[in-house]
Ligand binder design. Sequence first.
Ligand code: ZN
Ligand code: ZN
Length: 367
Amino acid sequence: MSTTHHPPDNLRRLDALRALLAEHGLDAALLHTLPSRRYYCGFTGDSGFLLVTATDAALYTDGRYTTQAADEVPPAVAVIRADVFAAGARRLAEMKIPRLGYEEDTLPIARFRELEDALASTALVAARELIMAPRLIKDAGEQELIREAVDIAEAAYAEVLPLVKPGVGERDIAVELEYHMRRLGAEDRAFDIIVASGSRGALPHGIAGARPLSPGDAVTIDFGARRHGYHSDQTCTVFLGEPSAEQERVYRAVYAAQQAGIAAARPGMAAAALDAVVRDHLAAAGLTAEFSHGTGHGVGLEIHEPPSISGRGDTILAAGMVFTIEPGCYFPHRWGVRLEDMVILEAGGGRRLTTLDKRLETAVLPD
Ligand code: ZN
Ligand code: ZN
């Protein structure tokens, strides 16, 4: 793997956040999640919070992390050693911030109450969407890391594919994939690898179990790697032996719907409209109830992040966004198929980041 990464421009990102805060009438933002801290100041430790005001930024973290924080964060961000939350809240109270944005979707209620008690004169404003907004557009360095995560996962898949045969357990395949991804430079798997064979393939999120593969199975393998914080995500479905006529028809419909989605993606399009392209394609093949989840999701520092490509996705897609297109059809207690690629949106449309060939002709393995 190449090691010449573009260093993240944390200060430019902080300025982008400050512009959004000003636009929304907020005086500061409290960032408590690891991806937010990492994105805006480079700190990779798993404890602490980042306070961003119009003029400065400070990372509050405890004694275990002060050396690491000093190494990782740019000098413009102060590192404050604190008994994190209580001391941080006291400091915030002294600052008398009128309107403070926070990440409402994940701040524990107990923490929120502590903040409310400590900050009597501060309005706490839900600001997750605003804090997240700059992260939706991946810069060159982020795109490079995502590509590396894809490369690692695909190389691991190539190593493990010969194992996908009758008698081998689902879990064995998942463990081998994880081993090869780590050996190839992944810091971790991107999520619990899904290997769902036969009737278990009808479970969209059936993580790998003890079931050994059998001749005739359809096997759904959903896997990805994490590289310097960035994730990849891809799903293949393979058949052990010739698929039935029904399996062939459904697989081709899912593939066609997926390709139609990739071809239709455009900057300026609502995420829900892209979901509709894929859904309508499957509906035209008589597959409506069988496609029981959204079309895709953003991928970056989190494996699932905005934009959500679903019927309720109100994000307007823009160049630089990275997301999945992953239609599937599930037949309870019988079998299932899902095909997933990652796409980066460019001015002219979507470009696949994942490269594994998913045509039916390549999905039939010997039984
Ligand atoms: Zn996936
Ligand atoms: Zn996915």
